[in-house]
Unconditional design. Structure first.
Length: 278
């Protein structure tokens, strides 16, 4: 009986641990200014990346909408940038580039978890975001030309001086990479689901990432359902974006975030908002 209880306990503990995930918290008040301050993911062994390829990433943006590095490696051979304001995304793979459209009604919301995936076969690509197709087209990447990666810089450009994009501000998690081109219908299912992907990643599985593989002290474990966008009500709420804009810039930022520029409706509300200004 004692052995049976021990087995049940171990199975329960194992299943509970599998429901947690490593989250990187990139603080807007303390962005990296030196290379040793960048959050670096050091892999236990070199991984090979080539086309065909699929990768997915969960992110929670907590700053103004502009061009952002999501991840890159030291020589920019494997990079993802999202230019929210211009409506373009960019992937670099071994010196070649793919630009894809981010729709104006992208569905991006501040302080809200989103799930992004891109899949490439020998000729085509498709980009999926929270269960909907963002973009698809053809590409000219060289198939089977492998690049070797042993580290990734999360949310930052390694050079720290590239005007093409800024450091990401917010939270990142669940970067998973496959050596196959996952079909569109399965990508939609992956980005709509709350949990680890059922199709096990064979290049990089975020489930195996531990805090010891990441530099800095801005990483923590979270329950997987806390990094999902599903199951939340569509109630209106106010968020303060910690950057100054003129009215047109503020309006545009809110529209990109799928929101509206707010105006106080009472004197007390005005005083409350004004007390929080930067």
């Amino acid at each position: 009986m004692k052995i049976l209880r021990l087995i049940i306990f171990l199975v329960f503990a194992y299943c509970w641990c599998k429901e947690t995930v490593t989250v990187i918290d990139l603080n807007p008040s303390n962005p990296p200014t030196e290379k040793d301050e960048i959050t670096e993911l050091s892999l236990t062994e070199n991984v090979k990346v080539s086309v065909p390829l699929t990768f997915c990433l969960r992110f929670n943006l907590q700053d103004r909408i502009s061009a952002r590095y999501m991840f890159t490696n030291k020589d920019d051979k494997f990079t993802l940038k999202l230019r929210f304001l211009t409506g373009l995304g960019k992937i670099q793979l071994n010196g070649d580039e793919i630009f894809f459209k981010i729709p104006k009604d992208s569905g991006i919301r501040p302080f809200y978890w989103h799930h992004f995936c891109i899949s490439l076969n020998k000729e085509e690509y498709w980009v999926v975001f929270d269960g909907r197709l963002w973009s698809n087209g053809t590409h000219k990447l060289k198939p089977y030309q492998q690049i070797s990666i042993d580290q990734l810089f999360m949310g930052s450009d390694y050079k720290l001086d590239n005007a093409d994009a800024e450091n990401f501000v917010g939270k990142l998690s669940e970067l998973n990479i496959w050596s196959t081109s996952i079909p569109l219908d399965k990508l939609i299912d992956i980005t709509k689901s709350c949990g680890h992907p059922k199709l096990v990643p064979d290049i990089l599985q975020w489930l195996n990432i531990t805090n010891s593989m990441l530099t800095g002290d801005n990483n923590h474990q979270s329950k997987i359902n806390q990094v999902c966008s599903q199951g939340k009500t569509e109630t209106s709420y106010h968020k303060l974006i910690p950057h100054l804009h003129d009215q047109d810039g503020a309006k545009n930022t809110c529209e990109v975030l799928n929101g509206q520029l707010a105006s106080p409706t009472t004197l007390d509300e005005y005083k409350s908002w004004n007390s929080k200004k930067l």
